[in-house]
Write a protein that binds this ligand. Structure first.
Ligand SMILES: Cc1cc2nc3c(=O)[nH]c(=O)nc-3n(C[C@H](O)[C@H](O)[C@H](O)COP(=O)(O)O)c2cc1C
Length: 329
């Protein structure tokens, strides 16, 4: 069975991608995940704050004329700043596996960290996933300003590197399709749909804010499923699904609506990395049962533009559902 797919212009042996998470911090894990059926890995994010802090620290040392800093970072200061460990992780991951290694940068403003993308490329990452985890809680900031920020950061990173750059987005744009199309035109090589935002809860006993992280469940595939179905075939960039994959069934659904790759983090954390083999073998079994021998036979076959009943993606459907009297648990 041919499970190969193209994602960000890279050839993946399978569409199963390890999503950005601490699982990618251990090169031993990454190697095992490849053996178990992963087609690519996204390393956990390096944060703008980490990078900018290190740049600031360097500048401080230089301003103070710290000779040790000068001797350590002599001529090519700008080329060498940035958290070294992350670059090291990229190098070690590249040496350990043949599947593509995608680095992830998480930032919200255009600043010194953008140059770090170049070092990520030089360390051997085959693509960069940009996660702009931005919460527009400033009531004076308009939607257009927020959107311009995304385009600005993408453009800056694209000017800095020649490897593909994907955008990991949240669904919270007033016109998501237009936003994706704008980023597509601005040069994004792909989209990861969607990023999960982690909102705080309140502990009523302690009267404190809770910052815990809930792993996903399969009901969460519906929003990305709908949007991937609406966007597939209408943009140049590739699409990776992210959110809610627990079993091979979710993987197959994402492929049917047009995803080029399907990412998973929560399920691997919940069940252990051996679950990658369960997903892989389950995918093969699902496709065999449908007498399908390659992904191209199913990819996008249930996208919005492919199905006869595209109203299922629309407002008409919303009205029917509300009046239909069928309730899932
Ligand atoms: C423990 C944990 C750590 C994560 N770390 C990152 C990260 O560093 N960068 C990022 O872009 N997403 C991160 N994510 C989000 C995942 O990559 C993924 O987009 C999200 O969990 C939805 O996929 P899932 O339903 O398969 O978990 C993390 C998720 C989890 C559960």
């Amino acid at each position: 069975m041919d499970l190969s797919t193209q994602y960000l212009g890279l050839k993946l042996k399978t569409p199963l991608v390890v999503s950005a998470s601490p699982l990618g911090l251990d090169v031993g894990n990454i190697r095992k995940l490849e053996d178990l059926g992963a087609g690519a890995v996204v390393l956990p994010s390096i944060f703008q704050e980490d990078i900018d802090n290190e740049i600031e620290e360097m500048e401080r040392l230089i301003c103070e004329g710290n000779s040790e800093a000068f001797s350590y970072f002599p001529a090519h200061l700008a080329d060498n700043v940035g958290p070294k460990n992350y670059l090291d992780l990229i190098r070690r991951a590249r040496e350990a596996v043949s599947m593509p290694v995608i680095a992830s940068i998480n930032g919200t403003t255009r600043s010194g960290w953008i140059d770090y993308a170049k070092q990520i490329e030089q360390a051997g990452a085959q693509a960069i996933e940009l996660n702009i985890y931005f919460l527009p809680t400033d009531l004076t900031q308009s939607g257009a300003e927020v959107e311009a920020l995304y385009v600005d950061i993408l453009t800056a990173v694209k000017q800095t590197v020649s490897i593909p750059v994907s955008m990991k987005l949240s669904p919270y744009f007033s016109s998501l399709g237009h936003m994706v199309k704008t980023l597509d035109t601005a040069g994004a090589d792909g989209f990861v749909l969607f990023n999960r935002f982690y909102q705080p809860d309140i502990d009523l006993e302690e009267m404190t804010l809770l910052r815990d992280l809930k792993l996903s469940n399969k009901a969460e595939i519906r929003l990305p499923l709908m949007w991937i179905g609406a966007l597939a075939g209408k943009i140049k960039g590739s699409i990776a699904a992210s959110s809610g994959v627990q079993t091979a069934a979710e993987v197959v659904k994402y492929l049917y609506v047009g995803a080029d790759a399907v990412m998973t983090a929560s399920a691997l954390i919940r069940h252990g990395i051996g679950h990658m083999k369960t997903l892989h073998d389950g995918l093969v079994a699902e496709l065999s049962a449908r007498e399908v021998s390659s992904l191209s036979e199913i990819k996008g076959k249930m996208s919005r533009s492919a199905v006869a009943d595209s109203a299922a993606f629309d407002r008409v459907n919303y009205i029917r559902i509300l009046r239909g009297g069928k309730y899932g648990q």
